[in-house]
Design a protein around this ligand. Sequence first.
Ligand code: ADE
Length: 826
Amino acid sequence: MLTVVLLNTFSVCRYPLGMTGGQIQDEDISASSQWSESTAARYGRLDFDDGDGAWCPDVMAEPNNLKEFLQIDLHTLHFVTLVGTQGRHADGVGNEFAQRYKVKYSRDGTRWVSWRDRQGRQIIEGNSNAYDVVLKDLEPPIIARFVRFMPVTDPSMIVCMRVELYGCEWLDGLVTYSAPAGQQMSFRGQQIYLNDTVYDGAISYSMTEGLGQLTDGSWGLDDFTKSQVYGVWPGYDYVGWINSSFPGGSVEMTFEFDRVRNFTSMKVHCNNMYTWGVKMFRQAVCYFRTDSDWEPNPVVFKPKADNISPSARFVTVALGNRMASAIRCRFAFNDIWMMFSEIAFQSDTAVYNTSLVPRDDPSHKIDDSSTRILIGCLVAIIVILLAIIIIILWRQVWQKMIEKASQRMLDDELTTCLSVQREAFTHRHSSLSSDVESNSTYERIFPMGSDYQEPSLLLRKLPEFQATENLVGLVTRRSRVRVSGPAGIAPHYAEADIVSQQEATGAHSYRVTVVNMPLSPGRDGALEEFPRERLTFKEKLGEGQFGEVHLCEAEGMQEFMKDHCGDISDEPMLVAVKTLREDANKNARNDFLKEIRIISRLRDPNIIRLLAVCVESDPLCMITEYMENGDLNQFLSRHELQEEGVLAGNSSTISYRILIRMASQISSGMKYLSSLHFVHRDLATRNCLVGTNNTIKIADFGMSRNLYRGDYYRIQGRAVLPIRWMSWESILLGKFTMASDVWAFGVTLWEILTLCKEQPYAQFTDEQVIENTGEFFRDQNKQVYLPKPHCCPDSVYSLMLSCWKRNAKERPTFLEIHSTLMEYHD
Ligand code: ADE
């Protein structure tokens, strides 16, 4: 295919040759040495982060030693106009780069030439940091198959490089030209240097076996004393000869090619300042050689003489489709001087189709590789769209399935509810007290109001959950079904509570528990009515939405604690009295009574003990044991960690060992609750009390204290959630189980080991905490865990982390947690 020679090769031939784009194969990238396998030559691709992020040679032995190089084999001759370099960044891990480097090149792999700029300087200023790409125009450009980058650095520095070459294939196939050396002209008092400044072969009287200005892609101006290149000497663009030096009246030039080609033309850019004694050649006689011998019949070409226009121009010499691997032309003088600035050949395989040559700078990368990238992007977009469509369809199917399942469960539950009501009714009439005794399972009464479990608002924030909303809505709507007994039997409390529970399968099931229990004084040892006039108010311990907690002296309390093997003195006893505000609404009142009913069943050294109640008249009161040191959160925040090896003594410090013992006591209390299948739902240091000798008892103040309002997240002023302690499934699915208590225990353990100095996820807003919960659900390693407290050994932190496992079944049980912590403090 015949094509036209491009205009200025240098400006159009600037596209990446394939270090970044991958057209250059790994095996064509080699190096003098490598620092390690992961910094081998193949990692020297610009903009790539593979391996350790760059090619790094072995230690540079001597200053400015040029032994080390990264070599690229382009396989065919290329016109290289630009180089790009980058250091080793490796996502911030690396910081090695070459501040300076040299370029060497070769066309045959044996004769290597050092690149020099037009002023003869070899060193190229490289990178000043490890990440920016620095591009350098190679002026003059090089024509080569092999290119070497050679870092020039202080030996103390480790250098690493990533590189790219820019240019285009050298389709002329010209490997060398030989010609008489260019000469010097005295013109109007100035010297005009017409030598081939950038010739890369041998130069003496003649130039042999090199390429230079005649193939550098830039051509001279009409006025040969001037140049397009800044800062060069007069005559720079031209190679010129004076007629008088050549007795034969002609200059002979030999052109060697990479292989035998079918030549159509040769274009010679000539100066024609005829008024200054410079004219284009009069005649060109060209001989051809395919193997060793020159063919006798030359092509003779005589351009039309032009004594009118002084313009420099390309003169096209038709070569008549002659086959050759070398061409020798004799250019006959037509005046005193003859000057050429560029010579180009067109042959059958020379495809300098300008439409194929990208015109943009490499930074724009409108080239082969960008087309590939573009296609890749389009394919990726199509794939993403398809994936989105599939996900949407899948979610629709899933939603339908859930709707069906919900419907089925609703039906089941309605049936159950009806039978429960019937059962409750029967129970109440048949055995008012014994049914409670027979029922060893307790549900947690959540003191924060019946709207507590309203996760759907949170779920709506997370798109994944929109599909489950029906199900969750169903759970929350049905989770507190109250069945009132007939009027007239007072005081009494009957309720069917449907609690979502985690089954072995991990799926939701609904357990229906009937608690039908009278709160009559004397009927149950734990629920004795205490004469309220025997209580003397001492101080307020806390205050909340629905009531207050007071420290009181109770006279004769010992009688009420028959099974309590404490002191049996007659002294008034200090107790904590929680009262319900008289104007509290019905729900709060019911919850208060329910809490009494539940706490009264609990007997464990690490659970706060209900001593008596005052429920016959308002305000309702529950009397619990008093813990001298208040709640664990305040207690710890008053303390600092005792340094290891320092003996105890300072009352404001606390040892790590005691902290673990405290956590262990909480886990023991929780172990007890879990043995009763009792889900606490609000385990936190604020809900644990500290007595003498660092004894800990789990309590639940609910929102009875305004102090911890910030620990609860209010959804539109209705539900109040301790989100920072809640497992992802409690927040998103409204699912409270023993395993979600374990999650909260993990957070409580974290609080203890940070001595409650800050709120969990203090840096997150409530909304961010919920977003993070979504990440726990998605489990794409984007979830943020509470960090390891300073004093926390790895083993304890891994216990903490195990409490926050996404899969609830993988979390440890309280039994396991307790025995682990026992080991740690023993
Ligand atoms: N409720 C609030 N503070 C208390 C304490 N110190 N002891 C018992 N119950 C409490």
